[in-house]
Ligand binder design. Structure first.
Ligand code: NDP
Length: 288
């Protein structure tokens, strides 16, 4: 048996078509959803990510602003820039591209973004809202994973989901979203003893580790769904995930590839969150 491929690129494209209609509807009401991205320093990978985010905005008819700052910028100066964007009515989403230079505390920066414009879903207020099942901006990568499973009509209720990785931006919130969808969730991480013992029990394995070949066919049960969030490079320098795709695909029922898997979903959900923020701003202006 060979697994069905969950094509993130295709799903992202279909979600973007819906977003495009929402943008159109907002534009008819004279609202152009706006995303501001702050890039500090000249990290190559960050520059690429930021370019993709800007292009996605342009393709969808959204407004995008790139604010480039030198690596020597102080934390106070960065907070000041965020404060200005918090006040700017043409901006509905603010994103500070991570990682930041060592002298700047990520936590302070994330908390400086207004929770109503925190389209990355990293602000503790949004995380708290998500945890308590309230309306929130969901972190884009886990949100994208959920949309992929919806797309294949997979009912998570009562299923056992094992998340490998517990970062604040991927692993932890992914587990919370699965819990909200009534799955039973197990978290594994670098201190987990006998990873395969847990992953072999899973109906769904989500790998968010950042090390290739972390999940092999010995880690999964026959027919499991395998979602690969990892982005790594193989010996030939090609992009690959955390999952040994060629062998795992022969045992899984569904699998996400890398590239064309979770990656395209992440940026798409960022666009979705920005549009949602613009819709909310329009609603609250109407009520004011
Ligand atoms: P982090 O490095 O922040 O977290 C990695 C997690 O993996 C940690 O919780 C760590 O455990 C755990 N871990 C490390 N080694 C092992 C191991 N051998 N067995 C089990 N768990 C292990 O990474 P991120 O969560 O930010 O990202 C994970 C991957 O996803 C990366 O490859 C990243 O590039 C990719 N990514 C992809 C995105 C996309 O859009 N496709 C978006 C964001 C990230 P511990 O907590 O104990 O250290």
């Amino acid at each position: 048996m060979s697994a069905q491929i969950i094509n993130g690129k295709e799903i992202a494209e279909s979600v973007r078509q819906e977003i495009s209609k929402e943008v159109q509807q907002l534009r008819e009401k004279n609202v152009i959803p706006g995303l501001a991205v702050i890039l500090v320093g000249d990290n190559q990978a960050s520059q690429t990510y930021v370019r993709h985010k800007q292009k996605a905005c342009e393709d969808l008819g959204m407004h995008s602003v790139l604010i480039k700052k030198p690596a020597e910028l102080s934390q106070e100066e960065l907070i000041q820039s965020i404060a200005e964007l918090n006040q700017d009515d043409s901006i509905h989403g603010i994103l500070v591209q991570l990682p930041l230079p060592g002298h700047i505390q990520e936590k302070a920066i994330i908390e400086a973004i207004s929770p109503e414009k925190d389209v990355d879903g990293f602000h503790p207020i949004n995380i708290g809202r998500m945890m308590t099942g309230q309306d929130a901006f969901l972190p884009c990568t886990p949100y994208g994973v959920m949309v992929m499973l919806e797309y294949i009509d997979y009912d998570l209720e009562g299923k056992h989901v094992v998340i490998v990785g517990r970062s604040n931006i991927v692993g932890k919130p992914a587990g919370q979203l699965f819990l909200n969808a009534n799955a039973t969730v197990t978290y594994c991480h670098s201190r987990t003893k006998d990873l395969a013992y847990y992953t072999k029990q899973a109906d769904v394995v989500v790998a968010a580790v950042g090390k290739r070949d972390t999940i092999t066919s010995d880690h999964i049960k026959e027919g499991a769904i395998v979602i690969d969030v990892g982005m790594n490079r193989n010996d030939e320098g090609k992009l690959c995930g955390d999952v040994a795709f060629d062998e795992v695909k022969n045992k899984a029922s569904y699998i996400t590839p890398v590239p064309k898997g979770v990656g395209p979903m992440t940026i798409t959900m960022l666009m979705k969150n920005t549009v949602k923020s613009a819709q909310k701003a329009l609603e609250s202006n109407k009520q004011a």
